[in-house]
Ligand binder design. Sequence first.
Ligand SMILES: O=C(O)c1cc(C(=O)O)c2c(n1)C(=O)C(=O)c1cc(C(=O)O)[nH]c1-2
Length: 224
Amino acid sequence: MVTTFESELRAVPERRYHHRHPFNLRMHQGLLLPEELRTWILNRFHYQRHIPVKDALILAKLEDPALRRLWIRRITDHDGGDGDEGGIERWLRLGEAAGLDRADLLSGRGVLPGVRLAVDGYVNLCRHGTPLEAVAASLTELFAPDLMATRIAAFERHYTWIEPVGLAYFRTRVGQGRRDSDEALSLVLSWARTRAEQEAAIAALSYKCELLWTLLDAVERAPA
Ligand SMILES: O=C(O)c1cc(C(=O)O)c2c(n1)C(=O)C(=O)c1cc(C(=O)O)[nH]c1-2
């Protein structure tokens, strides 16, 4: 049974997730110039490389070994391990497939100030917030897999100058995102018992939507 709280949680990204952002809409319509797409890939790398950092901050707050075992997998999903190159390496390959230089991506040069602030916002929420708030903020991932499927189709159709091998990040992430958001949702539903806790979870998820939106605002207005 879907509780009122769960419906309230799902309604936040429904209205405010970046799948509705004009930059993403233009991406899906095939309207982005190669330079705009490269700016997005380079700046989104700053977000990607901080995902395992924020997950390590969450991990440090979990006192139950079973929960830590669950959460630590998120770090290796990005950093790699056990024969898997990991999501960060796959994102670097996406950059190379789009004509970016790996050393430039790794250097962090060209990351826009607004993107830095948005990413700092997420890391700091996970550093200073409760585990409930930090896990609730990750629930934008309820919507990410569908967005990625749309993105893969748009890249294959409109941006054929990007080598197809570069899409491996998104292909892998669709399944990981579904699994991660299912796990995060059951944790949030079981942890948020009082109305105050439920409201804190909704506020954290709203804030995450805002920071992803702000990130794309910065990319959209990047100087040419
Ligand atoms: O491409 C996207 O639109 C998108 C969005 C999100 C998100 O909703 O935060 C994530 C990702 N990608 C992603 O690749 C990823 O690994 C990821 C982890 C998390 C998280 O909050 O823990 N979000 C996202």
